[in-house]
Design a protein around this ligand. Structure first.
Ligand code: F3S
Length: 755
């Protein structure tokens, strides 16, 4: 048993009283999302009607999950906290670093060799700190979590945006940055903006060619990629309960594509069936005991407009299969309108490749429905017109579909089965010919379809659809083929129609697996030595940042005055830099290389005030560091928007930047800077941005009496000998000031555990 039954039982024993208290405090019935949130309030936080979209609230998540690319920095940070073990059950999943090229087994062998040191490190640090480790080949984080750890009414965070997939099993599951994961593993609370609530009422029943995927493709078309921002989407109604648990997972998974905080469904029979089929009958039994607490109150679902900020209604009986794309997942086109849309937009209609699987759509049900179409290829005298690939989401699914003969059916029509990993979904697809950058069309059952996402080719048009529709389109090789109405020509020249897909929600013979790929941690990990070589290019142990020196910080050189948009991608680029996510010094060589220098309108070209020469941002900052000179970064509005990537705050800290002063911050980045012991300041008068000159040396005044709500002063010493003083604001609370003084939040945690 890899899941923690005692923890779940404890939560269930306390949940009714907590939900009742919240209902009483708010004086109204509750949505499921509220029940889960209120039963996970951090100790001492009283249930009140927190203002949605405004109030920040502290929570106590039940679990943490991390994928291999993001786990590295999260765990390197955790290693500096001084904790002996993680405070909540946590897991690491090796899924993002496996390149899909030839076929699953060969690709896996190569990945294990290429990423050996990263895997060894993740394995050893998991072992040391009591973290469950899922080896490369075990599967994709969200599928493995759904099969093993997700449970109704639970709350988890994960270092991947599609953590939200676990909403399919009635959880509140949210994607976060590594620093948040580190905090929760260290036993601290986790802060979340109280989300708004969007209700989606599903009436009718899916039938024929329509699949759960079409529900979220339709919702994405309605809400767009921003429509779910800072909101939890809660699905309910007869259409919800008639759907499989894994289908619900697909819908929640792609909640990330509408920007939602997360999505969820109330506990029902489908979840009970799935829990039992995946070896968790005890969890289903325990959930049955409190099932009214694991779904929204009846009055909420009867009068949703009263309780949700927004309500959408979809009739599943009338829902058409959709194809969303290209380049954005919210460009929704019902299949019956694709012929017209493709002609109007000039989209290439020949489909080069159809890809099914990924964490979004690789359930047993998905595969069995897709295989019912693949089987018709030989039965009806057809041939597969496009390349076709399958990426199973887990070894449990892969082994079971192999046992049941499904993989054999796919292979018979010429399909390639890739490793149980992200592969093409995250651009880890060594697609032959992609470098030629030709304009071409692919269809897949993944979630994201931004330019370059799958194969790196900006001219690949990727359309997202259900696995069933992807399979049918790959058989036809034509984007405009509508399997509901159109026919195909077979080897006898006859016109044949594909029968609608059919399949099993769960394997009739049960799931089976020889080696699921799980490695349990040592009971006592204190003797485990971390496997990080001092000359490694990809991994580097972290050392505590130094504490504040106790006096005002003077003599700071201006590193860059960034102009316009400066997202976390501008501050710490992704792409080829991904491989250095576990090596702070190496990844720091991308510091701010995407930001535009106000003074010359160029990127990655700034003046070194010590020499007067222009150089790259990282090299200039390294020169300041070598000379023992601190520096300041100045930015524009909404500085640090984008991802919650902590590297964007750790890199400047590591290279010796002391202050980031901007017109306004994206909140998560501001918090990340505070956590790393930086000074995150804003102009009291935004026009003062114009007063900062290229050769300025700056002094921060007032730090010895650094107090919440009291502004600081900044002296601008200009090169001509003149100086002026401006007021700068901050949003540090008392605890965050302690972080600053200690040199970072982790230093505070470490000193607390040392007591
Ligand atoms: Fe992996 Fe793609 Fe899911 S990158 S975690 S399969 S969204």
């Amino acid at each position: 048993m890899v899941f923690d039954l005692d923890l779940i039982k404890k939560l269930y024993s306390e949940m009714p009283a907590k939900v009742d208290a919240a209902r009483k405090a708010l004086g109204r019935p509750l949505t499921l999302a509220e029940k889960i949130l209120f039963s996970h309030l951090w100790t001492g936080v009283e249930p009140v009607d927190f203002e949605r979209g405004k109030a920040y609230v502290d929570f106590a998540p039940d679990r943490v999950a991390m994928q291999d690319a993001t786990a590295q920095m999260a765990l390197l940070q955790f290693d500096t906290t001084g904790r002996k073990k993680v405070a909540v059950p946590s897991t690491v999943h090796c899924d993002h670093l496996i390149v899909a090229k030839t076929e699953g087994k060969q690709d896996l062998v190569k990945a294990v060799t290429d990423n050996e040191e990263v895997y060894n490190f993740l394995s050893s640090i998991s072992n040391k700190y009591g973290i469950g480790f899922w080896k490369p080949g075990a599967g994709i984080i969200h599928q493995v979590v759904l099969e093993n750890y997700a449970f109704p009414g639970g709350m988890m965070i994960g270092t991947d945006s599609h953590t939200v997939n676990a909403g399919g099993l009635g959880m509140i599951a949210i994607g976060v940055g590594g620093a948040d994961a580190c905090d929760v593993m260290a036993g601290l609370s986790w802060e979340l903006l109280m989300p708004k609530l969007i209700g989606v009422k599903l009436t009718g029943k899916l039938n024929g060619w329509t699949a759960p995927k079409d529900v979220i493709l339709k919702v994405a078309g309605i809400l767009t990629v921003k429509g779910g921002t800072n909101a939890i989407v809660e699905y309910f109604g007869e259409g919800a309960t008639s759907m499989s648990c894994t289908g619900k997972g697909t819908i929640c998974n792609m909640g990330a594509e509408i920007g939602a905080t997360t999505s969820t469904f109330g506990y029902d029979e489908s979840m009970s069936r799935y829990l039992k089929a995946t070896g968790r009958a005890e969890v289903a039994d325990a959930a049955d005991q409190i099932k009214d607490y694991l779904t929204g109150d009846a009055d909420v679902y009867a009068n949703p407009e009263k309780y949700f900020d927004k309500v959408i209604e979809i009739n599943l009986s009338e829902l058409e299969p959709h194809l969303n794309g290209p380049f954005t997942p919210d460009l929704a086109t019902p299949i019956s309108q694709m012929k017209e849309a493709a002609a109007k937009n000039g989209w290439p209609t020949k489909i080069e490749v159809g890809l099914i699987g990924s964490c979004t759509n690789s359930s047993y049900e998905d595969i069995s429905r897709a295989v019912s179409l693949a089987g018709q290829v030989s039965d009806k005298g057809l041939t597969l017109k496009s390349e076709f690939t399958i990426t199973p989401g887990s070894e449990l699914v892969r082994y079971t579909i192999e046992r049941d003969g499904y993989l054999g059916v796919f292979e018979k029509i010429g399909a390639t089965v890739f490793a149980n990993a992200c592969g093409p979904c995250i651009g880890m697809w060594d697609r032959v010919g992609a470098e030629k950058a030709e304009r071409n069309t692919i269809v897949h059952s993944f979630n994201r379809n931004f330019a370059k996402r799958a194969d790196g080719n900006p001219n690949t048009l990727a359309f997202v659809a259900s696995p069933e529709l992807v399979t049918a389109l790959a058989i036809a090789g034509d984007l405009t083929f509508n399997p509901l109405t159109d026919t195909l020509t077979n080897d006898k020249g006859e016109q044949v129609k594909l029968d609608p897909p059919s399949g099993d929600e769960l394997p009739t013979k049960g799931f089976a697996v020889e080696d699921a790929g799980y490695q349990a941690p040592a009971e006592d990990g204190s003797k485990v030595v971390l496997d990080v070589k001092p000359d490694s290019k990809r991994l580097q142990l972290l050392y505590p940042f130094s504490a504040w020196e106790g006096v005002d910080i003077k003599g700071l050189k201006l590193l860059i005055k960034a102009k316009g948009k400066c997202t976390t991608d501008h501050i710490s680029m992704a792409g080829p830099w991904l491989k250095f996510r576990g090596h702070l010094d190496n990844i720091s060589n991308n510091l701010l290389i995407g930001a535009t220098n106000f003074f010359n309108e160029k990127t990655d070209t700034v003046k070194n005030q010590l020499t007067g020469e222009y150089g790259t941002v990282p090299n200039t900052q390294r020169a300041y560091k070598a000379a023992g000179v601190g520096s300041i970064v100045v930015g524009d509005e909404n500085y640090g928007e984008g991802s919650s990537r902590e590297h964007a705050a750790m890199e400047p800290r590591h290279l010796g930047v002391r202050v980031v002063l901007v017109k306004s911050f994206a909140r998560i980045h501001e918090t990340n800077l505070k956590k790393q012991g930086m000074l995150a300041l804003t102009f009291a008068n935004k026009e003062d941005y114009d007063k900062i000159l290229e050769d300025d040396t700056l002094d921060v005044i007032g730090l010895t009496s650094f107090t919440p709500g009291v502004p600081l002063e900044l002296v601008l010493n200009h090169a001509d000998g003149s100086s002026e003083t401006i007021t700068v604001n901050h949003s540090y609370n008392a605890q965050q000031i302690e972080w600053f003084k200690a040199g970072g939040a982790l230093n505070v945690i470490r000193s607390e555990f040392a007591k």
